[in-house]
Design a protein around this ligand. Sequence first.
Ligand code: GLN
Length: 489
Amino acid sequence: MRIANKTVTATRLVKDALAKAKHFEDYNIFTALYEERALKKAAEIDEKIKNGESVGKLAGAPFAAKDNFLTAGDETTASAHILSGFVSPITATSVAKLEAEGAILIGHTNCDAFAHGSSTENSYYGPTLNAHDKTRVAGGSSGGSAVAVALDIVEFATGSDTGGSIRQPASFNGIYGLKPTYGCVSRYGVVAMASSTDCIGFFTRTPEDMDLVMSIASGKDEKDMTSLPDYYNADDTRGGVVDTACPSDTLQAALAKSSCSAEPIVSATPPLRIGIIKDFDNDVVDAEIRGALKKKCELLKSKGHEIVELEMPSLKYALAAYYIIQPAEVASNLSRHDGIRYGFRSEKSKNLDDLYGNTRSEGFMPENKRRIMIGNFVLSSGFYDAYFLKAAKTRTLIVKEYEEAFKKCDFILTPVSPNPAFKLGEKVNDPVAMYLEDLMSVPANLAGVPGLAIPAGETANGLSLGLQLVGPRRSDRALIEFAKELQDE
Ligand code: GLN
């Protein structure tokens, strides 16, 4: 990041970011820009630097927040009409922590409404365009954040990943996207989608930036009961150990440290064992993505790492389980939107029932309604055992399968999605085709393990390719360190 680099002023950085945001307006990246406030904050930071006062680790770094991250005093809508006009009284903990280190929020970014989707086409504000091909989708649901980073508008951006919404758009736009371990980063102040899989994470252009941002954002938050104690920064040895072994000292240190974890993290010594899931190597996956995976495996082998073939037969049920558990939680979380408490209210109603009905039918997008209906169906007394309970049991199998897998390997390498960025409009009217996008990303959410999307070259027609590194719970830092090792190849 050009951050702590004091050769440039914060004002210059923010002005550049705002100018670029406007230059790329046709990509439909932002739902709101906070120009005046951002420039004011930048001026304050510049003043502090001038006076020799200390500034934070992210001083002057312009960033963007997905439109489901609440920021006090701003209209935050999760790109859904039903939240139009809702002005948040609070700021999400993750945003507040980044701001406390001097990062400057320049705007909110477009996403699928309530984060339901894989293309950002379900947004009330229309789709965001892919950074490398304007005829294609940005991916989703955090499409705006991914493109804002890929087009170098901001240094980093926030995202939420319930089933792939950080990793898939990161891979569609050629950048890094981390879904941390469940509970690593506080979710307080982020519009809930499916509470048992929602994770807060980030988009960056380098693994070093990811590390920096994570070191600030992670940790326990009293306001989020699911947040974990700060294991990310435990035994911080950045820059500490001097060792010439490969992988680097920092990776080794991260691998070896597990002081606040009851579980083993990963084996402490290189070479690493990298697992490849046999079940994911099939015709559903685009040939160029499979090629990128093979190439990466060859490279890893040439560096002395071992490739381990894994059988994870339950993973083929992950998508089905996810599309039962997630809508069930969505139905519950979205029931609070009734036209009384937040945002939009349909005015044409004659009585209370009418008001609820009209507000919801006008305010929710079709995909939101689909999930609410599926969720209530799978939770209904006649179908609970057949659907929800079965999906919950399947989830347990998946968790166990990951635990077994991580006895045989340190990390798992898979595609992020079955295909690179697809054409705008190609899948938006075919919900099942859109859900299939999540085939390889949802297992990590169901198991609560971290997944890091890393760039992996381009297709013949210039689209970004991405791969995903998945590790055991709490191995976030080790994953990032490993990505640092791999980044130049
Ligand atoms: N594409 C997935 C879905 O629509 C994931 C969404 C997300 O991670 N927010 O459910």
